[in-house]
Design a protein around this ligand. Structure first.
Ligand SMILES: [Zn+2]
Ligand SMILES: [Zn+2]
Length: 289
């Protein structure tokens, strides 16, 4: 289920984008009035779109959980040229007067901005990259869901050098969360508790002097049962965390950021533990390529 709001300034290509989505992906166009009555479901249709031109339009759309606003954008010079093709005698001032009627502040409400500066084929490619049909834009996949929780955990770090969060999941259930920092009861790293982290040691060096526990190990130690589980972590695990996760029976690792740890990869491969990279956040601004 998706209710896609399409907005953008004049001649940015809003209508062209809507037509493309209707023709190519079988989107059903609905009106704002439709959104103020019981939702007009059409049998077999999951994807709807509506043109949005003001904050009050957006307020109506935004009441729906599964709404998603995109903003189609192009520089004024390009949009004016497009306008001139239809209104040959029009001046730039005429165009700007009309353009002011579209609420430009709406772009800050958009979850994705598509730069439509080239040909129709480029706009179509950009819309394709939004991946509208293969996933629920507002509803994370289970992997994204747990990775996002580990990103929140990372924000609780007290380490001066790095923020890493991790969660342990078994049979789809969250078993524990963890983040990096000094052990319970010890002085926090960001209060001077770890000399190594406070002395600007470069990544991966002098680890034997480090008082900080890694986020992954912290989550592993807090879980009552890890056997057959999945470890979600914001950073690919170091060798020490890898040894620990193998020894505690994990079957899968999901991470978002790369970390050069060839020994970890080798060990995970040797044991047959899958490591999948998932990037939970899609790009906000999509440029034509
Ligand atoms: Zn630290
Ligand atoms: Zn580690």
């Amino acid at each position: 289920m998706l209710i896609l709001g399409i907005s953008g300034p004049l001649f940015s290509g809003r209508h062209t984008a809507a037509k493309f989505l209707i023709d190519t992906f079988n989107f059903t166009e609905i009106s704002l009035e439709n959104l103020q009555t019981p939702f007009p479901y059409r049998d077999g249709h999951k994807y709807y779109l509506v043109l949005i031109t003001s904050e009050s339009d957006f307020a109506i759309l935004n009441k729906y959980t599964f709404s998603y606003l995109i903003w189609i954008e192009a520089p004024t010079s390009i949009r004016f040229r497009r306008y001139k093709r239809i209104n040959k005698t029009a001046t730039l001032d005429d165009f700007l007067d009309l353009d002011e009627k579209i609420d430009a502040m709406l772009q800050y409400q958009a979850k994705s901005v598509i730069m439509n500066t080239k040909a129709l084929a480029d706009l179509a490619r950009s819309l394709n990259r939004l991946d509208l049909l293969s996933r629920d834009l507002n509803r994370p996949t289970p992997d994204e869901y747990f990775l996002r929780i580990s990103e929140i955990a990372a924000k609780r770090t007290n380490c001066m050098k790095q923020a890493v969060g991790a969660v342990v999941v078994k049979n789809g259930r969250l078993m524990s969360t963890g983040y990096n920092g000094t052990p319970f009861g010890a002085k926090n790293c960001n209060a001077g508790g770890c000399k190594r982290c406070n002395s600007l040691a470069s990544e991966g060096t002098r680890l034997d002097e480090c008082c900080c526990l890694h986020g992954e190990l912290s989550a592993i130690l807090m879980a009552s049962d890890t056997d057959g589980g999945t470890l979600y972590t914001t950073l690919f695990p170091c060798l020490n965390c890898t040894k620990n996760l193998i020894h505690t029976g994990f079957k899968r690792v999901v991470y978002s950021k790369e970390y050069s740890a060839k020994d970890s990869i080798r060990l995970l491969n040797a044991i047959g533990i899958r490591a999948d990279q998932v990037k939970p956040y899609q790009e906000k601004i999509i440029y034509p390529i």
